[in-house]
Design a binder for this molecule. Structure first.
Ligand code: AMP
Ligand code: GLY
Length: 423
């Protein structure tokens, strides 16, 4: 089968790596990909935003299955465009992707169908929002931009002053453009966080998998938010009982709700959850695999990923095996100096082959220079995914691998999965 994978990050390298293991694969194109995806398929230099060119490529190349990985093209309707052009596609419609693309739409859906989440109110006028905020205790609300904001659209203010600035920044100063022309003020929940993923083909929900990711740049969760510095799974607090509760109270009702709203979801649903004292509650839904979660999920997937994507796209997920390994996995990301602020690129990277003896190296911001040398081309550069019979073993494997890699200014967190080992 000829597959087209859309995206360029570490998640996409992990997906490409897994797709390439399928005996049914004949050709794998990745648009635009990175230096890692070029090792398992053929990169095509088309941006994820250039929907015309992507559809043309899929049609002209006779692609049997397109897999769209990142949120923005999904929310912007690329999967609809591909399907309307006759291309079998893994990934939700723009209508279904509103579950990520509009936090207000998603919150209304959860409220209507009784899916547990933070109590939230939507606003588009800053004075009204600030007045409402005063009716709640200081530090008890979070501010969320309605639309996509590259993972930066949530602010957790501790004081009324900070809350006011966040509201004014989003609504009046358009901090995130159109995405923050409406906001949600949500109850601030507390408890451990977990990302839970399942494949959906509309009504059917596959076996789920859980992991924890690290968003802050520094050890001990300090510093600014990033695209993700590492992940591990399964979480130390994960039990069959919790999994069943999440499935029955959140995943299955969400799938049903989307069908009932004429927005049946076909793809992978990502539930970002907080395990509160009164049970698991949704922080947010996403319409895609997580990054960096995919870099442990793909190695944990024991079934054929290509077959799963095809079964999802063709609405016969109930006939398809989806089996996850129970062996713990840890993934640690190496980033450029200065990230998530400004950083330099084109820095030579050494030791990737040696790292591969300890774990699987997944590239994100990498490229080949004119001499064919591997160089950095982004903030999150690459990472190593380790596995083992315990979380401790998987963590050691990931860090042993990462220690073999070097580039000038390389930074990484030293505490990924530490809390799970200490547990
Ligand atoms: P999000 O972009 O929705 O994933 O939010 C980013 C982070 O903000 C989450 O991972 C949580 O740590 C935090 N967060 C979001 N919503 C809430 C909430 N209602 N209560 C507490 N923390 C939240
Ligand atoms: N792990 C965070 C994200 O993919 O949005």
């Amino acid at each position: 089968m000829k597959i087209l994978l859309v995206g360029s990050g570490g998640r996409e390298h992990a997906m490409a790596w897994k797709l390439a293991q399928s005996p049914r694969l004949s050709t794998l194109l990745i648009a635009p990909g990175n230096a890692g995806t070029a090792e398992v398929g053929e990169n095509v230099s088309i941006s994820v935003d250039d929907h015309d060119a992507l559809v043309r490529l899929a049609v002209e190349q006779g692609i049997d299955l397109a897999v769209v990985a990142p949120d923005q093209p999904i929310v912007d309707g690329l999967c609809d465009r591909l399907r309307n052009s006759g291309v079998t596609t893994f990934g939700p419609s723009a209508a279904a992707a509103r579950i990520e693309g509009s936090k207000i739409w998603s919150d209304n859906l959860m409220t209507k169908y009784g899916i547990p989440t933070a109590e939230s109110v939507a606003f588009s006028n800053s004075s009204v929002a600030m007045e409402y905020a005063r009716s709640k205790p200081e530090g008890s609300l979070v501010v969320k931009a309605d639309g996509l904001a590259a993972g930066k659209g949530v602010i957790l203010p501790d004081t009324y002053d900070e809350l006011d600035s966040a509201i004014i920044g989003m609504l009046d100063d358009a901090a995130f453009g159109e995405s923050s022309s409406s906001i949600l003020l949500a109850e601030r929940m507390s408890g451990p966080e977990v990302s839970v993923f399942a494949f959906l083909d509309g009504e059917h929900v596959s076996a789920e998998i859980a992991s924890c990711d690290y968003k802050r740049v520094g050890d001990g969760d300090v510093g600014p938010n990033t695209g993700g510095m590492g992940a591990y799974g399964p979480p130390e607090f994960w039990t069959d009982e919790l999994a069943t509760r999440i499935r029955e109270d959140i995943l299955e009702p969400a799938a049903r709700a989307l069908v009932l709203e004429n927005s049946a979801f076909s793809g992978v649903l990502y539930a970002g959850l907080m395990i509160t004292e009164s049970g698991p509650k949704v922080i947010e839904f996403n319409c895609r695999l997580g990054d960096p979660e995919a870099q442990i999920m793909m190695p944990m997937l024991e079934s054929d990923f290509l077959e799963i994507c095809l079964a999802v796209a063709e609405g016969r997920l109930n006939e398809q095996e989806v089996q996850w390994s129970k062996n713990p996995h840890t993934f640690v990301v190496a980033v450029s100096d200065g990230y998530p602020g400004s950083y330099t690129t084109g820095v030579e990277i050494d030791g990737v082959e040696a790292a591969g003896k300890h774990g699987t190296v997944f590239h994100a911001g990498t490229a080949r220079d004119t001499d064919g040398k591997l160089v950095t081309s982004g903030g999150r550069v690459l990472g190593v995914s380790g596995s083992g019979s315990s979380i401790c073993e998987s963590r050691d494997a990931a860090y042993q691998g990462l220690k073999r890699i070097s580039f000038q200014g390389m930074q990484f967190r030293r505490d990924i999965a530490e809390r799970a080992v200490q547990h």
